[in-house]
Write a protein that binds this ligand. Structure first.
Ligand SMILES: [Zn+2]
Ligand SMILES: [Zn+2]
Length: 397
């Protein structure tokens, strides 16, 4: 199968096409939820190639389907397509962002290009495989999350998708290296907003009021005991308040404080427990001090949990395609979030990191104004994902 993929890559995709395509996406980035031109560009290419397309899905997303001539399973592939509200500072590159204040600083231009490359390659098989391949060009990863909406709109049904694969470029290692994490890979996140209410009074007569600032300070400190005393030292959670605003003038006892933060957890049970502990701390401390506290929790992304069996297949393929040394197995999860979690929750999935670092110089991290990728990762991503799809279609039947 290696040979087939190498041959199809050379005859139907090519390194040059990948590079040029990625540079166009890079030059015209669009922020989350506004990927209108990006969607048109993707649909335009798929139409040219005669690929079955559904669009728009989740407002600015696209689903492409390749149907095999023989019945079988369906494998899903996901690429996120949105960019960030960041001004790009890579002025020396020809493909620098032409959209002021918007930049592909997370490599989603590479993800989009790789998925198009996989379609181009597998389309050349003219349906000579069992089952189907469904490709999800997902909008809005960086903001509200497009994965959940695509799934709600039915992208995993008709044909029913049996397994999903996704990748993210990683600047920490060069092309040719691929990193995996079995099981829990990324955290879930819940956004919190706490309103503490006291009673205002003259600053010289604190006994006549209830100091909301003092209550907030106690809550801020006590909240950290959740991680140190309610979460197992072997598990992970982060409770952060990143914004605090309250009080009016220096000689008044403050009547209101608003704090905003994020709770991150890896374990779904721990997620609920941490939320409840925080609520109890906020409400009870405020009450004990004569005030009131109201904690609002807005659920964001769930934790991303990879399937062992699907991950095994992709790890094995990576070794076959790129050599024994290519695989990095991580033993620690990351406390960041990734909305591929919704695909991984709905179906057995594998999400992995594709090395995109430069060899001869440092690569700035994702979300940096100077982020760029080593484009050698594009070809590797296409071949690996194409190989993964074909082996999974074979092994799952
Ligand atoms: Zn990002
Ligand atoms: Zn990203």
């Amino acid at each position: 199968m290696h040979r087939t993929i190498e041959d199809l890559f050379t005859s139907h995709v090519t390194t040059e096409w990948l590079r040029d395509t990625r540079r166009v996406f890079h030059a015209f980035p669009e922020v989350s939820g506004q990927e209108h031109e990006t969607m048109k560009r993707i649909v335009g290419l798929l139409d040219d190639w005669g690929v079955e397309v559904q669009a728009p899905v989740a407002e600015t997303g696209v689903v492409a389907i390749l149907r095999g001539k023989r019945p079988g399973k369906t494998i899903g592939l996901r690429a996120d397509i949105d960019a960030l509200p960041i001004q790009e500072l890579n002025e020396d590159i020809s493909y620098v962002s032409k959209n002021p204040g918007v930049m592909h600083a997370c490599g989603h231009d590479a993800h989009t290009t790789i998925l198009l490359g996989v379609i181009k390659l597998l389309q050349a098989l003219e349906g000579d495989f069992e089952g189907n391949i469904k490709c999800f060009f997902q909008p809005d990863e960086e903001d509200r999350g497009g994965a959940e909406r695509m799934i709600q709109e039915g992208c995993l049904e008709a044909p029913y998708v049996d397994a999903v694969l996704g990748l993210h470029v990683s600047s920490g290692f060069p092309p040719g290296k691929v990193a995996f994490k079995y099981g829990k890979m990324y955290a879930s996140s819940d956004m919190t907003k706490l309103i503490v209410r006291g009673t205002s009074a003259h600053g010289a007569s604190p006994d006549q009021g209830v100091d909301a600032l003092l209550i907030a300070a106690q809550i801020l400190t006590a909240a950290q005991s959740i991680v140190s005393r309610n979460v197992s030292p072997l598990d992970s959670a982060v409770v952060t308040f990143g914004k605090i605003r309250g009080g009016r003038v220096r000689n008044q006892i403050a009547e209101e404080v608003v704090m905003e933060g994020i709770i991150r957890t890896l374990d779904p049970k721990m997620r609920i427990e941490v939320r409840e502990r925080l609520r109890a701390i906020c409400e009870n401390i405020a009450e004990a001090m004569g005030g009131r506290a109201e904690l609002q929790v807005i659920e964001s992304y769930g934790s991303l949990i990879n399937d062992d069996a699907i991950t095994d297949v992709v790890v094995k393929n990576t070794r076959e395609l790129l050599g024994e040394d290519a695989v990095i197995i991580r033993d620690k999860a990351q406390m960041g979030t990734e909305d591929f979690a919704y695909f991984a929750k709905a179906r057995p999935s594998c999400f992995f990191h594709l090395g995109c670092g430069f060899v001869d110089r440092d690569t700035p991290p994702t979300h940096s104004s100077c982020f760029d990728i080593n484009e050698d990762c594009l070809e590797i991503g296409v071949k690996l994902q194409a190989y993964n799809v074909l082996t999974l279609l074979n092994s799952l039947k």
